[in-house]
Write a protein that binds this ligand. Structure first.
Ligand code: 48F
Length: 258
């Protein structure tokens, strides 16, 4: 008879590998589980697409957990609050166009909402490269984060995807692979990465949404990654632009894949 240890280990291995196997050919591969990536994941999964999010850290959530300077509260604008409410995340209206909310409730709520909508989330996995075929970005090259951190010589595996979203935040790591390694010219003023400008909340919030676009067939950027590519301003602990960027990129991907 199977021991309890064998039952428990077997259950984990079988369940994990079913999840892995089910994600090898994706509709949308999202890199980075920050606010823009998680909002996009929920919208796309709700629309019935097969979506996986790859997050290099153990805890998904990106830059949401720490609020402003570790004061664990963040701010959103009136027009973005309904996106959070759809996840079941509560906000406190200030009556002046803004709301405050607990950053831990926001991070955990975004993760839970993306997962409950049907997106698969792989944590502690880093995307280290992309695949490009016939003028289209079509896959993600993935390894365990500790393999990368410890510089172990271990080959990655590949997840194919009809659309790839760079939600890696400030460094826009995936677009950088596309530009520097694959030599692609993306849809930016120079065809490359413009680099993020300093803090200007108002403009940064606006441009985060405006800069959210398809950069190359099969390749999209959201959130701070989108702003970094197009040379937008940073905006600090206000998150309406990030949430609306996630919603916008999901819409763009849906239109393109349909
Ligand atoms: O930076 P991040 O939170 O993404 P975002 O959606 O939101 C930005 C805001 O949090 C904040 C801001 C608000 O005003 O400016 O910065 O643009 O989350 C990006 C996630 O991507 C992960 C990283 O660990 C983080 O959780 N990530 C980065 N590179 C990789 C990655 C990679 N190569 N593979 C997997 N995950």
């Amino acid at each position: 008879m199977e021991t309890m240890e064998e039952t428990i280990s077997g259950a984990i291995v079988r369940a994990f590998f079913a999840k892995l196997q089910g994600s090898l050919a994706l509709d949308v591969g999202i890199v980075g589980a920050g606010p823009s990536g998680l909002v996009a994941a929920r919208c796309l999964a709700k629309a019935g697409l097969k979506v996986a999010v790859f997050e290099s850290k153990l805890a998904p959530g990106g830059g949401t957990w720490g609020g402003g300077m570790l004061f664990n509260e963040v701010v959103v604008q009136d027009d973005a609050a309904p996106i959070l409410h759809d996840f079941g995340i509560r906000t406190q209206p200030l009556g002046n166009g803004y709301h405050t909310l607990d950053s831990v409730e926001m991070a955990s709520g975004l993760i839970f909402g993306a997962r409950q909508a049907g997106a698969t989330i792989f944590n502690a996995m880093s995307v280290e490269d992309i695949c490009v075929r016939e003028g289209k970005v079509c896959g993600l090259v993935v390894n365990w984060c500790p393999v990368r951190r410890l510089d172990m010589h271990v080959d990655p595996i590949v997840f194919t995807a009809r659309a790839v979203l760079d939600g890696t935040g400030h460094p826009s790591e995936i677009v950088r692979k596309a530009v520097d390694k694959a030599g692609l010219k993306v849809d930016s003023p120079t065809g490359g990465i413009m680099g993020e400008k300093p803090m200007w909340m108002e403009d940064g919030e606006r441009t985060t949404v405006a800069n959210t676009k398809r950069l190359y067939p099969g390749l999209y950027a959201s959130g701070m990654a989108a702003n970094n590519v197009q040379g937008g301003f940073r905006m600090g602990p206000i998150f309406g632009g990030m949430l609306k960027s996630g919603q916008k990129v999901a819409q763009l991907i849906l239109e393109d894949l349909r």
